[in-house]
Design a protein around this ligand. Structure first.
Ligand code: CP3
Length: 344
């Protein structure tokens, strides 16, 4: 029987007359209902670890817009916290963590087998969602890719050039490699638990893949994605995986084949014309409207949305933004984008 879930059909390689659609950061501060629930939770991390409220914010964009997928509400930095790092968010600035700059710092982390104690509420959110979503809506779980998570664990915060992580990689390669291995193993266990709890697709966010030069990209973006994909597929061969090596440029070419992911998410640095020839030839792609259109709106939003739909219409495609929607976006522009995709 053909699935009623269009996202699963696209991930299976089907070319659909209208691409299914969801949006990175679709539950977020541009929505008044998100802000209200977040205020009720107190702060961002309390929201992530409260299964009832995390379920509620995951469902809000589904109720408002009828997206074809819901993405679990959580954060990529819960893995470092579950491994024993300190984590907090500074309002208006972003995440802060204890740093890792030596073997001694690495030794302070707990064992991978202990992560579920912290992460159990996340699995409960996934279970809640799999019972609560409309039949046609696909539930996407996720984790950060090891390189991207490592950049935050090493620097203790977001950095414009991931300098501290590059420095550790070059100056103490054995500490860096041990950290990458630990994150990779934790990520495999975390994603397996999400799938067991009901996630139907998982996405691996490598937001800082673009700062890895090509040999390092192979070793620290592509290879961990391949390892994670192989481990998940060994147990759940039918669960599709979306890879997002953001700003990988030429690294996008052959990424799906080399890693085994079912779909590659595209950022805004590649044009649809290029991606059709170089990436969509290997299967499903996701993307890639500039998220600034959600702020500026107007005819440009409609024209650009239609151009992306048309460019990718010859193969499997999931419509999305090239990166997350920002807090200053206008919720009405999201509806305009959806209408333009569905041509209503
Ligand atoms: O997409 C979704 O709606 C699902 C939930 C989700 C969040 N973060 C919620 C969130 C997902 C998939 C993420 C991924 C994530 N988190 C990434 C990778 C994707 C990307 O954007 O590149 C990264 C790098 C992070 C780490 C992170 N979390 C940062 C740097 C920040 C601060 C910046 C910001 O936008 O405030 C966060 C906070 C965060 N994660 C928020 C949300 C909704 C905002 C928190 C708030 O409500 O104050």
């Amino acid at each position: 029987m053909t699935s009623s879930k269009t996202i699963l059909r696209a991930l299976d390689g089907e070319t659909l007359p209208t691409p299914p659609i969801w949006m990175m950061r679709q539950a977020g501060r541009y929505l008044p209902e998100y802000k209200a629930t977040r205020a009720q939770a107190g702060d961002f991390l309390s929201l992530c670890y409260n299964p009832d409220l995390a379920t509620e914010v995951t469902l809000q964009p589904i109720r408002r817009y009828g997206f074809d997928a819901a993405i679990l509400f959580a954060d990529i930095l819960l893995i470092p916290q579950a491994l024993g790092a300190d984590l907090w968010f500074v309002t208006g600035e972003g995440p802060r963590l204890s740093t890792i700059t030596s073997q001694a710092d690495l030794d302070k982390l707990g064992p991978v087998s202990d992560i579920h104690e912290t992460l159990n509420p996340i699995y409960q959110t996934v279970r809640n969602l799999s019972g609560a979503l409309p039949i046609e809506t696909t539930l996407i779980g996720f984790a950060g890719a090891p390189w991207t998570v490592a950049t935050y664990m090493i620097a203790g915060r977001g950095t414009p050039d991931q300098g501290p992580a590059h420095r550790l990689m070059n100056e103490q390669p054995e500490v860096f490699d041990a950290l990458m291995d630990k994150i990779t193993e934790a990520t495999i266990d975390y994603l397996l638990m999400q799938i067991e709890a009901g996630a139907e697709v998982v996405k691996i966010f490598d937001s800082w893949a673009g700062s890895l030069p090509s040999a390092a990209f192979q070793k620290y973006s592509l290879e961990p994605a391949r390892r994670i994909t192989a481990a998940l597929k060994a147990k759940y061969p039918d669960t599709p995986i979306i890879g997002f090596p953001r700003e990988a440029g030429d690294g996008y070419i052959g990424f799906a084949k080399a890693t085994g992911v079912d779909c590659v998410a595209l950022d805004n640095s590649v044009t649809p014309g290029w991606a059709v020839k170089n990436v969509q030839v290997d299967g499903c792609v996701q993307g890639n409207l500039k998220s600034s259109h959600m702020v500026t709106g107007g005819q440009a939003l409609v024209d650009e949305t239609r151009a992306i739909v048309k460019a990718f219409s010859g193969g499997p495609h999931i419509f999305n933004l090239g990166h997350g929607i920002t807090p200053d976006a206008d919720p009405d522009n999201v509806q305009r984008m959806i209408d333009a995709v569905r041509d209503v």
